[in-house]
Design a protein around this ligand. Structure first.
Ligand SMILES: Cc1cc2nc3c(=O)[nH]c(=O)nc-3n(C[C@H](O)[C@H](O)[C@H](O)COP(=O)(O)OP(=O)(O)OC[C@H]3O[C@@H](n4cnc5c(N)ncnc54)[C@H](O)[C@@H]3O)c2cc1C
Length: 434
């Protein structure tokens, strides 16, 4: 954690008995939604099961769409004062072909880069901003364990809150006008809701690890593919954050062949790093497995409950779009629901479930589009890298074309860094910070 990061909120007294919006999960979706709603004067309680925001290899990509939102909130300057790295170019090496797949300078926004910032710094930042508003209540070490259902004859079975458990094992119940599940791809609440999940499949898993970075190393974001291997290197200042792609379920096979064999394979596609691998990968604990999932809910909501972010659609790490998509969901949710939530809070008017459908209708298309893109890239990687085995590879013709034509180098950054159907902050700042 950097010096600029405030400690995460300490567990305090038990959560209130009732709130306007209960959010389960203090990840990017939950914290952004909590900030926007509290800023608009809506009482919100965020339940987060961990004691802090520390997550390693959870994705540190802050895309331009999120930077733009920070600018709209008047927070960009403060945000960019936090330690981060900037990527201006997406490069790839296929065999011996070096290609530039994208350049962020063509983005039609003031921030012409993607930032990489530890996710815990980003979440701490959102927490500090949200804590300025009295309507914001964050409960760390509080796990949402189940959904409460209304016994009311007018709306039987409607979700009316959550059951939770705190670190000391105490159990409690929190009722709410609306529950938003932001508890990620293994969401407890989505599971309990019984909403059916459409699994889109993922032929790959990813091994994450760190590698010290030297002054003479290449710059920017790099992808390297050759002879049955694929590695993505993200420049994180004094180290590389590395993602080594393996076929789904392939870790046991790699382990059987031994770590020296893995180090040799990595050194083959990133020769500049070869001498550092022994120290960087002393044992298997230095590698963290991401079991890639791509799925989405058929329906993102049930009466009284809305799922957003990974809880509604688990994303592959391809393009590093998961965090930013979750944040876009949060912004759309706040934009669409805040008038109704204020009415519920101030006048007791129940939330109309059709409004939850509006959120899905707004966010489903961009999600489908990005997932379709991720599936294409995954299939491409699978066929070019694993199915092709040790055969030499060349960059696909399309990528060679993109690399040669400057304007085409702006297309991919537009899709991943800005994303389809970009959201803007519409929610007002109703009750200023005390
Ligand atoms: C290893 C890994 C690497 C990734 N790399 C990238 C990347 O490079 N770039 C990128 O953009 N995306 C990446 N992703 C995806 C990205 O992390 C997610 O898409 C994004 O974080 C989704 O945000 P979210 O807020 O919806 O869910 P999450 O970030 O998953 O947050 C969910 C939160 O809910 C909490 N929680 C879970 N269950 C409960 C409960 N029952 N009660 C209370 N709290 C609960 C969790 O502790 C967590 O804080 C990666 C994901 C993983 C797992």
């Amino acid at each position: 954690m950097t010096d600029s990061a405030a400690p995460a909120a300490a567990p305090a007294a038990a959560p209130p008995a009732h709130t306007t919006v209960c959010i389960s999960g203090g990840g990017p979706a939950g914290m952004m939604l909590g900030l926007l709603l509290a800023r608009a004067g809506i009482r919100v309680t965020v339940l987060e099961k961990h004691k802090d925001f520390f997550r390693d290899f959870r994705g540190d990509t802050i895309h331009t769409s999120t930077l733009e939102l920070m600018r709209e909130l008047g927070l960009l300057e403060a945000f960019l004062r936090l330690p981060h790295q900037k990527a201006y170019r997406l490069g790839g090496r296929f065999g011996s072909d070096d290609v530039t797949i994208g350049e962020f300078k063509y983005l039609p926004t003031p921030c012409k880069f993607v930032a990489f910032m530890p996710q815990w710094d980003f979440l701490d930042f959102l927490q500090r901003q949200a804590a300025c508003y009295p309507a914001f209540d964050l409960r760390m070490q509080t796990k949402a364990t189940g959904l409460l259902r209304s016994q009311n004859a007018a709306s039987p079975g409607r979700v009316s809150g959550v059951a939770y458990r705190t670190a000391d094992g105490s159990k409690g119940e929190l009722t709410a006008d609306l529950v938003v599940a932001c508890d990620g791809r293994d969401s407890t609440l989505r599971h309990q809701s019984g909403l059916p999940v459409v699994d889109l499949g993922a032929p790959l898993d990813v091994l994450w690890f760190r590698l010290p970075r030297m002054a003479n190393d290449p710059h920017d974001l790099l992808g390297r593919i050759d002879r049955g291997q694929a590695l993505v290197l993200i420049d994180r200042g004094d180290y590389w954050q590395c993602a080594y792609l393996i076929p789904k379920g392939g870790l046991a096979g790699l382990q059987a062949r031994g770590l020296p064999s893995l180090r040799a394979a990595i050194a083959h596609i990133a020769p500049f790093a070869g001498a550092r691998l022994e120290a960087a990968l002393p044992d298997w604990d230095a590698l963290k497995l991401l079991s890639v999932q791509v799925n989405r809910l058929h329906r993102w909501h049930a009466p009284g409950l809305l799922c957003i972010g990974d809880a509604a659609h688990a994303m592959s790490p391809v393009g590093g779009v998961g965090i930013n998509l979750a944040i876009q969901d949060a912004v759309a949710t706040a934009n669409i629901l805040y008038p109704a939530l204020l009415q519920a809070q101030d006048q007791g008017v129940p939330i109309i479930d059709a409004m939850l459908e509006e959120v899905q209708a707004r966010r489903e298309k961009p999600t489908r589009l990005l997932q379709a893109f991720q599936l294409r890239v995954q299939d491409f990687l699978y066929s070019r890298v694993f199915a092709a085995g040790a055969a030499p590879v060349r960059a696909p013709v399309l990528l060679r074309l993109v690399s040669r034509i400057p304007l085409l180098r702006g297309l991919l950054p537009r899709l991943v860094a800005l994303g389809p159907r970009r959201e803007h902050i519409v929610t007002p700042e109703m009750r200023a910070a005390s």
